[in-house]
Design a protein around this ligand. Structure first.
Ligand code: BES
Ligand code: MN
Ligand code: ZN
Length: 491
């Protein structure tokens, strides 16, 4: 996205629409004179009441370069989420004309101007994104080509704007991947995309292992999931090794990329099964996030491992009752072939550790119960190390990709004990399924800190949120968190 910071007065901005944050209760006294005069009457009449996500428009009738002003409601609690929602509403208000969107940074808000800048750019990008790439008539909304920030001109604002402008493009990459139909986006096609992205970036190498190598490495858990599909799996390995990276740490990012999850022999019901094309959203976040780190040239080593496969029923599909051996030597009794995510992650996590990752984080749309618990906003976080967990929580809070901590406890382990094998991939009990999945994964992370992000809720939405930020489909959840985490680890 093209972004600039302008020193011009609001009225002199040459943009199609200028978003002006209006909080609740609405105060216009602090606004520049020009805006105060024009928005004051709207506030007094109650047309612009500052309600979060409202964006009544004022047309300026060609009296100035500025064409329109939107009184962008930021509500009572003005935080970065409120700015994102408001900026997204302005982008939506611009759907009919597109072009350029301005945003006024307001010194009287309880948020640093650089934070406002970042949130506003993210909001505009979220609101402007169109998932309908496959519509023959073209996008339903006119494109927004340019975002102009005004009202506060400083080095911090410029840096924040430049960073956000780059990151939102990588979020769009992740969203496009999650929205791509599963007939188009096979595991092989995902690997090709990862390679294409990396080709444009320095110090980033991509390798994609096929079925023969997956078998040779002893990845019996990953292989079992993949065997029911005509389409070959890929273990996508991305290595970002900048020469100036710190030597003592390699961030290991692991992603679940089930390009379509039917449930396998433990077939899912057909209602909303089409949403299971989004079961690769974790892998998409890892691919786009890794590319973003490389594009930002962050001085930190990253090893990313994305397990890409379909989960299909068929003559050669794995079965409930099968016992498979994972790469770390553990045997797993298959109880439910729909608990496939933990199987592909088991081998991907072990591989990442073996290849030198010191600090692991996996991103996965792993359990339906996580959606029931947290809905579409927060992902659940599980970790085997308190310090690593806190670092993820801090990065999440700063990034806007929200995380909430959940427990691990050795006493949950008995629920994944198997009579026949070392462990089983699911429990007959529905209780606590996100925790059981995490306890299962813990067996495959080796020595060292590991965190698991169950993003089944915010990763891919079965329906629109109604707050303009994201609509049905991929959200790009995880990309901002990955960039923020990598920045903090580089510092
Ligand atoms: N991909 C699903 C989880 C999911 C469900 C993500 C709904 C997003 C929305 C996962 O592979 C799955 O099927 N999990 C099962 C596990 C169970 C069989 C132990 C679940 O959560 O029901
Ligand atoms: Mn499943
Ligand atoms: Zn799945």
């Amino acid at each position: 996205m093209k972004v600039e910071v302008s020193p011009a007065e609001p009225g002199e901005l040459d943009v199609d629409i200028l978003g002006v944050p209006v909080s609740q209760p609405a105060v216009t006294a602090r606004l520049p004179r020009f805006l105060r005069d024009r928005l004051g009457p709207l506030v007094e009449s109650g047309e612009a009441d500052g309600a979060l996500g409202s964006a009544p428009l004022l047309h300026l009738n060609a009296e100035l370069p500025l064409a329109r002003v939107a009184a962008a409601g930021v509500g009572e609690q003005v935080d970065t989420d409120a700015i994102r929602t408001a900026a997204a509403a302005v982008a939506r208000a611009a759907a009919g004309f597109g072009g350029s969107v301005g945003w006024l940074l307001d010194d009287s808000l309880p948020l640093a101007p650089a934070e406002q800048a970042r949130a506003a750019i993210e909001g505009v990008a979220f609101g402007a994104y169109t998932p309908g790439r496959w519509k023959s008539e073209g996008p339903v909304r006119k494109a927004i080509e340019r975002v102009v920030l005004a009202g506060h001109n400083s080095a911090e604002v410029t840096a924040a704007a430049e960073r956000a402008a780059e990151v939102v493009d990588w979020i769009a990459v992740a969203r496009d991947l999650a929205n791509a139909p599963p007939n188009e986006l096979s595991p092989e096609a995902l690997a090709d995309r990862a390679r294409e992205l990396a080709d444009r970036l320095t110090h980033l190498e991509v390798e994609a292992l096929g079925p023969a190598e997956i078998e040779r490495l002893g990845m019996g858990a990953f292989g079992a999931v993949a065997q029911g599909s005509e389409r070959e799996p890929r273990l996508i390995v991305m290595r970002y090794e900048p020469p100036d990276a710190r030597r003592d740490l390699t961030l290991g990012l692991v992603g679940k990329a089930i390009t379509f999850d039917t449930g396998g022999i433990s077939l899912k019901p057909s209602l909303a099964m089409e949403s299971m094309k989004g079961d690769m959203a974790g892998g998409a976040a890892v691919i786009a996030g890794t590319a973003a780190i490389a594009a930002r040239r962050l001085p930190v080593r990253v090893l990313s491992v994305v397990a890409a496969s379909e989960n299909m029923p068929g003559g050669n599909a794995f079965r409930p009752g099968d016992i498979v051996r994972a790469m770390n030597g553990r045997t797993i009794e298959i109880i439910n072939t729909d608990a496939e995510g933990r199987l592909v992650l088991a081998d991907a996590l072990w591989y990442a550790r073996e290849q030198g990752a010191t600090h692991l984080v996996d991103f996965a749309t792993l359990t339906g119960a996580m959606v029931l618990a947290l809905g579409d906003l927060y992902a659940g976080l599980f970790a085997n190390d308190d310090d690593w967990r806190d670092r993820l929580l801090d990065a999440a809070a700063a990034s806007g990709d929200h995380l909430w901590p959940f427990p691990l406890h050795p006493r949950y382990r008995r629920y994944v004990d198997s009579t026949f094998a070392d462990l089983k991939n699911a429990s007959a009990l529905k209780e606590g399924s996100p925790v059981l999945a995490a306890e299962f994964l813990r067996e495959f992370v080796g020595e060292g800190p590991w965190a698991h992000v169950d993003m089944a809720g915010p990763g891919y939405l079965e329906r629109s949120r109604g707050d303009f930020l994201t609509e049905k489909g991929g959200t790009g959840y995880g990309v901002r968190l990955i960039v923020e985490l990598a920045e903090r680890l580089s510092a």
